[in-house]
Design a protein around this ligand. Structure first.
Ligand code: OXD
Ligand code: MN
Ligand code: MN
Length: 519
């Protein structure tokens, strides 16, 4: 194996000896530099020694050289390599569950991948064909609705404005997502979804650098309004995509999938972490830590106090969990906002509000309800949110208060007084909700002078906001939902409407339903 980095062989072989170390396996080794990136870092290979023609160590070294990881146990692997053909014999080395759930391939999968310098499709090298129908798929991230049919290139079904059907301007290859009209579902959505699978894996395994690369690439493709299947090599020419992900795009159009994404979709460790991450209050790092600490069920995570469970009893958390995991259809978002706004109107007549979040971007279903309130007369603002919470509690509508904060002390915000309440409500029985479910609601109350910034900041999408902040900094301003600050003198500018912010930065207006820059 000429040209092979001996240190990385030693490191990998060492890892292989440490059986069952999921901790190592799910945290990318810092500074690990494989010889090639043919297999992927998300591929964790267990090699069954029995009946191998090649020495096991040679196969393991090759796996590491190709950029994948060696797993010390079949349990921690997502691909199992074996020369054994007889199922009975194989089951002496790996569990039945692993044989059914994971890719069990023959060593030619690795040898051919090395020879052709491209990850071969494990389905073409199966040593053991599982009888199980694989139902694993990567659940969509929060707020997504996987099976909602939306016409290609069209934004969501939300608004009646003309902008809902046609992009606000012709496509241009730009660097910042906040300059690119991005629909809810794009014409190349299949490819975007596949890249999102890999981005999610990188996020959950803590590879920030690679996660960002996939995020930028999929966001650029999301905005590209032409059919890439007709010209797959065009993908790598888009700003933010690059040659590596461009090649994956070509693979997608050639094979109908990205092979790495296919392996990740079947990866139980990733599936489990995604389920943890969907618990309210459990971020990707906490999900990974929980997994590495041995949690395998949501109950395990809640027992460790890593979620909303810190505010509730365990049984309480588990009781409302299915409610919180289910998506909220648009009419129910509207009904909840109406209910809360009626109470707010009684407290401070003449207040204004905007339902933000995914709802405003046109999503057919949301994971929570985000409402921004203000009043043109600042004298009314004092303690408005606290009074609202008291009333909601009294009426039995709010069941849990997750947090009530006034950002202002952290470096991310201005000194403008903006109140944020994260609560759980149980709407009353009505024809729309005959069996009401607990719903997460974020209520924001801000001074009128920053209403535009608050609405812009709570509308998303995540990548839109991120690039907006970078764009603003380049122009000499800091953008936050608590206001726009001029960096030269620290002055917080008056931005009662979103449009004023776009104008200030000479950014072309982006209708909310075209801000769907995430997958
Ligand atoms: C949501 C969102 O789904 O804001 O709640 O995107
Ligand atoms: Mn939301
Ligand atoms: Mn929210």
């Amino acid at each position: 194996m000429s040209g092979f980095d001996q240190k990385s062989i030693a490191r990998g072989a060492d890892a292989a000896r440490r059986t069952g170390e999921v901790r190592v396996i799910l945290s990318p080794e810092k500074g690990r530099r494989p010889g090639l990136r043919v297999l992927s870092q998300s591929t964790r290979v267990f090699v069954v020694e029995d009946k191998l023609v090649h020495p096991v160590r040679e196969i393991q070294e090759l796996v590491i050289k190709l950029g994948a990881q060696i797993s010390g146990t079949s349990e921690a692997a997502n691909v199992i390599v074996t020369s054994i053909r007889a199922p009975k014999r194989l089951l002496k080395h790996i569990s039945r569950e692993d044989s059914e759930d994971k890719y069990v391939v023959n060593p030619e999968w690795i040898l051919d991948s090395a020879e052709r310098a491209v990850m071969m499709d494990p389905d073409d090298y199966l040593a053991f064909k599982s009888s199980k129908e694989h139902v694993f798929h990567l659940p969509m991230k929060r707020g997504r609705t996987p099976d909602t049919e939306v016409e290609s290139g069209m934004p969501g079904p939300s608004t009646s404005s003309a902008s809902a059907t046609r992009p606000p301007r012709p496509w241009r290859d730009t660097r910042y997502a906040c300059e690119r009209p991005s629909p809810l579902q794009c014409i190349n959505q299949g490819l975007v979804d596949e890249l999102e699978v890999i981005r999610r894996e990188r996020e959950l395994t803590g590879d920030e650098f690679s996660k960002m690369a996939y995020m930028r690439a999929l966001s650029a493709i999301k905005a590209y309004p032409y059919d890439l299947s007709k010209n797959p090599s065009q993908a790598s020419k888009l700003t933010g995509v690059g040659s590596k992900i461009g090649k994956l795009a070509e693979q997608y159009y050639e094979k109908g999938c990205i092979i790495e994404a296919k392996i990740i979709r079947r990866d139980k460790a990733i599936q489990t972490m995604i389920a943890f991450n969907e618990l309210y209050g459990v971020g990707p790092t906490a999900a990974r830590d929980a997994y590495n600490e041995g949690c395998r069920t949501l109950e395990d995570v809640i027992k460790k106090g890593k979620s909303l469970g810190t505010h509730l009893t365990r049984s309480e958390s588990l009781r409302i969990l299915p409610d919180l995991q289910s998506k909220i259809p648009r009419p129910e978002v509207e009904a909840i906002a109406h209910l809360i706004s009626r109470m707010m109107e009684k407290i401070i007549p003449g207040c204004q509000h905007t339902i933000c979040g995914g709802y405003r971007r046109g999503k057919p279903e949301s994971s929570d309800v985000d409402i921004v309130y203000t009043h043109p007369d600042n004298r009314h603002n004092k303690a408005a949110l606290h009074r609202l919470l008291d009333d909601l509690r009294r009426e039995g509508i709010v069941t849990h208060i997750v947090s009530v904060t006034t950002p202002g002390l952290d470096e991310d915000s201005t000194n403008v007084h903006v109140d944020v309440a994260q609560i759980v409500v149980l709407p009353p029985i009505s024809p729309l909700t005959p069996n009401p479910r607990h719903r997460r609601v974020d209520i924001i109350f801000c001074p009128f002078s920053v209403y535009g910034a608050a609405v812009l900041g709570w509308t998303g999408s995540h990548i839109f906001e991120r690039d907006l902040r970078i764009f603003c900094r380049k122009e000499g301003y800091k953008f936050s939902f608590t206001g726009v600050t001029r960096l030269s003198d620290g002055k917080v500018l008056d931005t009662p409407t979103e449009r004023e912010i776009f104008e200030l930065f000479k950014l072309e207006w982006m209708p909310p339903e075209w801000r769907n820059c995430d997958a």
